[in-house]
Design a protein around this ligand. Structure first.
Ligand SMILES: Cc1cc2nc3c(=O)[nH]c(=O)nc-3n(C[C@H](O)[C@H](O)[C@H](O)COP(=O)(O)O)c2cc1C
Ligand SMILES: Nc1ncnc2c1ncn2[C@@H]1O[C@H](COP(=O)(O)OP(=O)(O)OP(=O)(O)O)[C@@H](O)[C@H]1O
Ligand SMILES: [Mg+2]
Length: 490
């Protein structure tokens, strides 16, 4: 079987692993369901093209194992369904029909929408499982496993996703290694294909040509697979500005106080707190996924930003990322770019796709790069995860984050805090009541008092984003006492 042979002869270890896993899923499905009970959803796209050849190989190997092969097996008896649409690219249509005829596919062409088409299909046929070329990173993949029952409200069948864990790079490695035909649009800069109304070539593959028509490099040259959908009209707004989506309150807060929490994972991290006055809460949680998830879930909805550190790494106690994923209701998925960073950092100990440290919360992760950092910071909506392993690194990451905030503006607009400190020899009893009133009068200010030593003077601090408010509060307080009761300090 030419596909199986091409992969076995290749020296791409990663591709071999992905191939073997996909073949395993296909063989499991073929063992669970009879050939009449399965169908293949094919649309001429690159992912379904990969799946077609995996199914051909998987079916062949399945038959070989059943020892009923005649050796020259060429037919592909799995019912193939194509949802035709007037909005499909003509190139996609012709590739689909040409491929069907080249491989002798029994193509069922369905003209209605997915749901009613499937309802009809399942009424007329004993289909119980459908193979799909869905991959992690696709909007429809969220929450799916390799075997996922159809969603509530859909006709009942098992969705089988053999290439769910394949990356963009894996897809092209397979197509190029096996030298199989693919739709011509992928040679014209298209990297993921929807309808003619929402798909254009990927601008990242554009070859600027000053005089004439814009040209594009082929899809397999896209180096960052996470951007494969850059040529698709977005249904959701870009995650770069999506900080507010996590808390839902950022816009209304823009000019007033922003609320943030710091979560330290691991009791050993009690080496000190991050010195930042805008942080309303600092909590320490145990190295336990559920504790982290609980805390993140609570903080992310009530705070504008949540900063979390500790518990990132390969140890059993490194549960931060799993906890964050759980808090957002997503699972951990391999992130190729992060894996690349780790490979540079710990090259020998990193084992490619099995590298558990490169698993990040699916669909909500953005890496924040800074030239001074060996590993980027991880941003999951309004939660920022520091990868530091000690206090010095944490300081450095914090500084880089602040710089990034200024240059990229991915955090909510931050007006710097200003403060004023007064010193007095008044007693706590004398200041208590006036200060309580002042707090009510100036709710946007943080007004606090402390002494540096038990017998030292009382220091009253006024903190906020509005200098005039601070001045008014100071004036109100001073008016209540004799002149000279307070002196200003830095
Ligand atoms: C064979 C097949 C099965 C599908 N099963 C489901 C399903 O169980 N649940 C669901 O929400 N969508 C299902 N879909 C729809 C896809 O997820 C679809 O791509 C998605 O709804 C978005 O489609 P659009 O990008 O064309 O709008 C199925 C589609 C196909 C072709
Ligand atoms: N019109 C359709 N008819 C049949 N199956 C479809 C159709 N649209 C989507 N599918 C199924 O959903 C899967 C995921 O679609 P998706 O668009 O993400 O991948 P693709 O079309 O194979 O490749 P690309 O990402 O390059 O568009 C397909 O591989 C296919 O199994
Ligand atoms: Mg597609």
């Amino acid at each position: 079987m030419e596909i199986d042979k091409a992969i076995r002869e290749s020296d791409d270890r990663r591709l071999k692993t992905k191939y073997n896993n996909a073949i395993y899923v296909i063989k499991r499905a073929l063992a669970l369901y009879s050939i009449e009970e399965v169908a293949f959803s094919f649309n001429g796209g690159k992912d379904s093209t990969v799946l077609l050849h995996l199914l051909r190989a998987g079916y062949f190997l399945h038959k070989m194992e059943q020892k009923c092969s005649n050796g020259g097996l060429t037919s592909f008896p799995i019912r193939t369904i194509y949802f035709e649409s007037s909005a499909a690219f003509p190139e996609i249509n012709s590739f689909t029909y040409d491929t069907a005829s080249s491989y002798g596919l029994q193509l069922d062409i369905i003209s209605s929408d997915f749901k009613s088409g499937l309802e009809k299909l399942l009424k007329a046929n004993p289909i119980r499982a459908i193979f799909l070329g869905v991959r992690i990173g696709d909007p429809t993949a969220v929450g799916q496993e390799q075997f996922s029952p159809s969603s509530p409200g859909w006709p009942p069948f098992m969705r089988v996703n053999p290439i769910l864990d394949w990356s963009y790079r894996d897809v092209w490695a397979f197509i190029l290694t096996c030298k199989v035909q693919y739709c011509s649009l992928y040679d014209q800069g298209y990297t993921s294909i929807g309808s003619i109304h929402d798909t254009v070539p990927n601008a990242l593959l554009s070859i600027s040509d000053s005089c004439c028509k814009e040209k594009f490099k082929p899809a397999y040259l896209l180096s960052d697979g996470r951007l494969e959908r850059a040529g698709r009209a977005k249904k959701f707004s870009s995650s770069i500005n999506a900080v507010g989506n996590g808390s839902g309150s950022v816009d209304s807060h823009k000019s007033s106080l922003l609320v943030a929490s710091v979560i330290a994972v691991g009791e050993e991290i009690l080496f000190g707190t991050v010195e930042d006055r805008s942080v309303s809460q600092t909590v320490v949680v145990q190295n336990d996924k559920d504790s982290v998830a609980e805390e993140v879930e609570r903080r992310k909805s009530t705070n504008d930003m949540v900063f979390i550190y500790g518990g990132v790494g390969p140890l059993h106690s490194d549960v931060t990322l799993a906890g964050v994923a759980k808090a957002f209701g997503v699972r951990l998925a391999p992130d190729e770019e992060f894996e690349e960073y780790l490979r540079h950092l710990i090259s020998d100990h990193c084992t490619g796709d099995q590298n558990e440290m490169a698993l990040l919360p699916e669909g909500i992760t953005e890496l924040l790069h800074h030239e001074k950092l060996a590993v980027p910071l991880i941003k999951c909506q309004n939660v920022i995860i520091f990868t530091a392993t000690n206090a010095t690194e944490l300081d450095k990451e914090w500084d880089c984050l602040i710089e990034l905030t200024r240059s990229c503006g991915f955090l909510p607009t931050m007006v710097p805090y200003v403060s004023k400190h007064l010193q007095t020899n008044l007693s706590d009893v004398e200041t208590a009541q006036p200060l309580s009133k002042l707090c009510l009068e100036f709710p946007d200010l943080n007004i606090g008092c402390y002494r540096k030593s038990r017998k030292g003077p009382l220091i009253i601090s006024f903190e906020g984003k509005d200098q005039t408010q601070i001045e008014s509060a100071v004036e109100s307080l001073c008016k209540l006492f004799h002149p000279g009761t307070f002196s200003g300090i830095h």
